[in-house]
Design a protein around this ligand. Sequence first.
Ligand code: FES
Length: 93
Amino acid sequence: MRTTYQIIVDDKIVNCYENETLLASMRRNNVDEIINGCFGGGCGRCLIEVLEGSYKICRNMNKEYVKDEASNRLLACCITPCSDMKIAIMRNR
Ligand code: FES
């Protein structure tokens, strides 16, 4: 059985598999507020703020958008959950 976590994103709750990026789960769950981009950590369009929960970084993030990986502002295509989480979508257009 696959482990899933609940991700509260703004006013919605989505399920995210433990090895799925937050961006992929939001796309799979039709969260239209997140912006599609490169899915590779380069374009910065999927910038989020982590409000609660723990996560793993699964690919490098463009330092133009994420200056400090220890901060709570990260790219949703580059992190996978390790717990239930609460996040906010940043408006990075
Ligand atoms: S979609 Fe481009 S950095 Fe996440």
